[in-house]
Ligand binder design. Sequence first.
Ligand code: G3P
Length: 478
Amino acid sequence: DGDVYKYYADGEWKKSTSGKSVSIINPTTRKPQYKVQACSQEEVNKVMDSAKSAQKSWAKTPLWKRAELLHKAAAILKEHKAAIAECLVKEIAKPAKDAVTEVVRSGDLVSYCAEEGVRILGEGKFLVSDSFPGNERTKYCLTSKIPLGVILAIPPFNYPVNLAVSKIAPALIAGNSIVLKPPTQGAVAALHMVHCFHLAGFPKGLISCVTGKGSEIGDFLTMHPGVNCISFTGGDTGIAISKKAGMIPLQMELGGKDACIVLEDADLDLVAANIIKGGFSYSGQRCTAVKVVLVIESVADALVEKVNAKVAKLSVGAPEDDSDITPVVSESSANFIEGLVNDAKQKGATFCQEYKREGNLIWPLLLDNVRPDMRIAWEEPFGPVLPVIRINSVEEGIHHCNASNFGLQGCVFTKDINKAMLISDAMESGTIQINSAPARGPDHFPFQGIKDSGIGSQGITNSINMMTKIKTTVINLP
Ligand code: G3P
């Protein structure tokens, strides 16, 4: 069947022997756009075997050669930005310009990773024994970083390319092999990205990309004995994976309910601009999106007015037209968002705009006077709907932030840097941005969540380190 995109294994594009495929629904048209192979468990087993043997020789490939191939892949990726971006537009309704940005950012990430890898993996430590009580200087200890083996990479739909390469590139530079399971929405963009790595000439079996149904190969992949590390970005599934996975390192980036605390002295124009960017870019479908505004009552009216003026200017429509607000990824996602909106309505939230939905397209909506008994005060809509909670003290804001199950990022707006630092320390989140909306990038910054927001830390340097293990050799003198 020529219409079904092939999966990638052993350096070749293959049809699944299952004879089955999975349809990718275009969020805008709500019609099938592409089909990918529904790989079988048997095919996963084969991929794991190849990944294991390819990794053995890859680990012996000089570091500079690994870096060279990654630089080549990065350049090819950037050359193919238009074709890949087109898939992102059709599969996940990412606005056209943002789709191109995602691919370019991915190329930059791969190059940076190659450079960072040659530096941090190119050096180790030397320790002597006589610093520890009772020892003479008779033992010399040498450390180096060795790869973990086969890394299973599972990126989410919102960055199928960028959050795939943020796992692939650190894994490869560190001498690991990669098995990629892309999200269904975004799988074709991911396959195109893998093709760029194929063109760069990586050894056969080192990189594989299996597509298919989570119900068929999801648990099978994450519980597979051949996997030595899982790097996952997504939602609640990550919690389930962490419970089922074996004794292997896990890197998990899950949801967030990033709070934006606004103090009386904040520059409200700056806050409003950041709420728009942080809350509504890619229609709120980012784990680092601003997901609750906690504003001091005395400036709340003024802030809400400024945000509303900007919401009115957001264009709403198709991703092809580069609209600011585009359809959310699926009908079930749109229904979930609508459920949160209805709950807030019933419980008396103030609707700053009329709620409007056509298919998967939801118009941007600011909900004022949200109270803690409303679901939207705690749950992440992953859509263009943003709650505002008015607070009477900073402590109240910090308390709301810390009462959340999530702790990915947060932000605080004030001109008083001393206050900002104290609030940052008090907020139980992986990163606090002072006077800017939460964001993962630049991609070499550490990125981590606490509580249900994740395990471990990402960012280029941390990911490379996480995908290695320390190996020591001790020279014992007579
Ligand atoms: O939702 C994925 C998360 O990693 C966000 O990335 O770049 O939009 O802050 P970014």
